[in-house]
Structure formats: structure tokens, C-alpha cells
Design a protein around this ligand. Structure first.
Ligand code: TXA
Ligand code: MG
Length: 337
């Protein structure tokens, strides 16, 4: 657990331009002083991240956010912040020149802002007294960390200090919402806050602007959040099993599975074994999608560490959080030939 002393030490690291592994309710971030150009450069270096990809700037609340943006905000931005901050929502707004380092926004005239709910993240922002630029604390393109030890595995010595706030409750990144010139919102990245929840405030489902290699939000690059073991995505367990049966006949091939089901589904597990999957992880469906989302990246990491030659994923029902889960599974998988 994190003590006040840990926070004070981390705040000191941040103020002197260093990097801190920071727990949030979504995923762990690699945090630095957003106003400190050299510190931001260190984040890109540690992540091996292309410099065209801007970072999310973390603030305590709307007041702190307002100081980094050019007023006035679109009316829908205000309503969303009021409803969902602190929480897993990132708003892309016109930035105030000079308020954060240019590198943090990759030279764009907008800034991505989020007020996290995690008490450790909030304590660190308050103690450092500056907005914190923090991308997910993984190497570029790799799986986002949902535990402190994942941050160490991903970044090693590149991060001076990791605050251990335990497992992240959401386990998926924040939902990113941007606005057009008329103030009309669009989802730039699906995430922990569902489009249904956004619709509850906006009065209608927002447009979801998806993917491509020149994305509106670079987290939308086609292959991202990916394990090193090649993974393929299937619509149904039967389809995955058909392919697994064939592949597992080959010498030196071993196949793992990530699929919806019951966590302690012994019938499912024995079906997995007889289809040739040597390891399987089941994501709970229905009302348990929150638990599935929270465990998704850790499951991918565990399967990736199991020394298999092939991974297969099966999509979950495409509604609510299932949409963001499927989005991450799709981006973690090889393109369909
Ligand atoms: O949950 C989260 O959002 C986590 C935690 C640590 O807060 N952070 C995170 O950051 O996922 P990162 O850097 O891995 O993803 C930031 C996303 C990227 O898709 C990036 O392209 C987008 O936000 N983004 C940042 N600034 C933007 C901007 N000005 N316009 C459009 N998209 C932007
Ligand atoms: Mg990321």
C-alpha cells in the first residue's frame, strides 16, 4: 500500500523531472510533470513511443482543467465532465498555448484531459501541484499494465519509482471523447466508460470514430495492446476450436485461448482441452463484464508468458463494456487475412 511518505517522495521525483508509475482506476500510467518538456521527452523515450502520439494530461478537477484550455468549453464537454469526473473519461479540448509542454500534445492545438478517481493518482497530482502527463505505462504497442509489477516488467529501470495501488478496478483505458467545431461530441477511443453511459447524459448514442492507420486518436492504431505471441480473433468458440484442432496436430505448436464463458466452467475447460487448447482463460459474460474487463490485460499477459506458439481469442457480446473489450481484442490480434 501507498503511504503519505511514498506520495511525497513521488511528488519530489515528478517536480525534479522524473517519471513515476502511477495507479489509476483504468490502467497504470507513466506520470511526469506535463509542464516540463524534458520530463515529457523522457516518457516518450521510456515507452519507445512515436512522437506523433500525444499524452493524456491528468488533473484534479474542472478548475484545474480550465487552466489548461482555451475557454469556453463546448456545452456537452461541461456536462460530461460534471457527470463523469473524476472517472474514466478523457476530454479532448482546445489547449491554452504554453500551459503544458508542446511535446505532451505533440504539437496539436488540442489537449486530452482526465480527472482520475484513484486516490493515489489524486494525491500525487495534489502533492506535486502540477498537471501530470501520463500515458499507459507500457512500451508502445504492448499490453497496458493493470498491476504495479506489470509496470516493472514493461519499463524496468526507465521508471524511478512505481506506486503500488493494487489491481486497477476497470482494467481498460479511459474513453476518449473529442468535439468538432460545432461542439458536437464523438468517441475517439472506446474505453471503460460505455457509450450507453455517455448517451445517458448526451441524450443519444455518440458517434464512434473508429480506427485506421491515420487515426483521430493514435491509441486507435490498428495493432496495439498486443501480446508478443501472435493472436487471432474469432467470432465464435466453434470457429476457434476448428482451427486449434488442426494447428495443435503440428509438432511444436501449442495454442492458448481467451474466450467468454464462466470463470470456473469445468465443462468449458474440458471442451477447451479436447479442442487442443493447452491453456485457456475464460472471460465472464453478461453482468460480469466489469470483472472480465478488469482481468482482460492480465489474462493476455499470462497467456503471453505461457510459452505458446499461437493465441486465439473469441469476441464477447458487442454491447456495453463488451464493445471496448472487443475493440482491444481486435487490436491485439493479427489482421484477418
Ligand atoms: O485510462 C487512460 O486513459 C490511461 C490512464 C493512465 O489515464 N492513459 C492512457 O494514455 O491510456 P495513452 O497515452 O496510452 O492513451 C492516450 C490516448 C491515445 O489514444 C491518444 O492518441 C489520445 O489519448 N489523445 C491524446 N491527446 C489527444 C489529442 N489531443 N487529440 C486526440 N487524441 C488524443
Ligand atoms: Mg496506451
Amino acid at each position: 500500500m501507498v503511504s503519505e511518505q511514498d506520495i511525497a517522495q513521488a511528488a519530489q521525483v515528478v517536480r525534479s523531472g522524473g517519471l513515476v508509475g502511477m495507479p489509476t482506476e483504468t490502467v497504470y500510467g507513466l506520470a511526469c510533470d506535463a509542464t516540463h518538456g524534458t520530463a515529457v521527452a523522457r516518457v516518450f523515450e521510456a515507452k519507445a513511443r512515436p512522437s506523433f502520439d500525444p499524452l493524456i494530461v491528468h488533473v484534479l478537477d474542472r478548475d484545474m482543467a480550465r487552466g489548461l484550455t482555451d475557454a469556453p468549453w463546448p456545452a456537452e464537454a461541461l456536462r460530461l465532465a460534471e457527470a463523469f469526473w473524476p472517472g474514466p473519461l478523457t476530454l479532448v479540448l482546445p489547449r491554452k498555448a504554453g500551459a503544458v509542454a508542446d511535446l505532451a500534445t505533440s504539437g496539436l492545438d488540442t489537449v486530452a484531459l482526465r480527472a482520475p478517481a484513484h486516490p493515489v493518482a489524486r494525491a500525487l497530482i495534489a502533492s506535486a501541484g502540477v498537471p501530470l502527463a501520463a500515458p499507459s505505462a507500457n512500451r508502445f504497442g504492448s499490453i497496458s499494465p493493470t498491476r504495479a509489477e506489470h509496470v516493472r516488467q514493461e519499463l524496468g529501470d526507465a521508471v524511478s519509482l512505481v506506486l503500488d495501488g493494487g489491481a486497477c478496478v476497470h482494467g481498460l483505458e479511459s474513453t476518449v471523447v473529442g468535439f468538432d467545431a460545432a461542439g458536437h461530441p464523438a468517441v475517439l477511443r472506446l474505453g471503460a466508460l460505455t457509450t450507453e453511459s455517455l448517451a445517458g447524459v448526451l441524450g443519444e448514442l455518440p458517434e464512434v470514430r473508429s480506427s485506421g492507420s491515420r487515426p483521430a486518436s493514435p491509441g486507435m492504431l490498428d495493432r496495439h495492446y498486443a501480446p508478443r505471441t501472435p493472436m487471432r480473433l474469432f467470432e465464435a468458440w466453434d470457429d476457434a476450436a476448428d482451427v486449434a484442432r488442426i494447428i495443435s496436430e503440428e509438432p511444436d505448436r501449442s495454442v492458448g485461448l481467451l474466450a467468454p464463458g464462466l470463470a470456473d466452467d469445468s465443462a468449458g475447460r474440458s471442451a477447451d482441452r479436447s479442442a487442443g487448447f493447452v491453456a485457456s482463460h475464460r472471460l465472464r459474460q453478461g453482468s460480469d463484464l466489469r470483472a472480465s474487463a478488469a482481468g482482460l490485460f492480465a489474462a493476455m499477459r499470462a497467456l503471453d508468458a505461457a510459452d505458446l506458439t499461437d493465441l486465439m481469442a473469441v469476441a464477447v457480446e458487442d454491447a456495453g463494456l463488451g464493445r471496448a473489450i472487443n475493440d482491444r481484442l481486435r487490436r491485439a490480434s493479427l489482421p484477418v487475412a
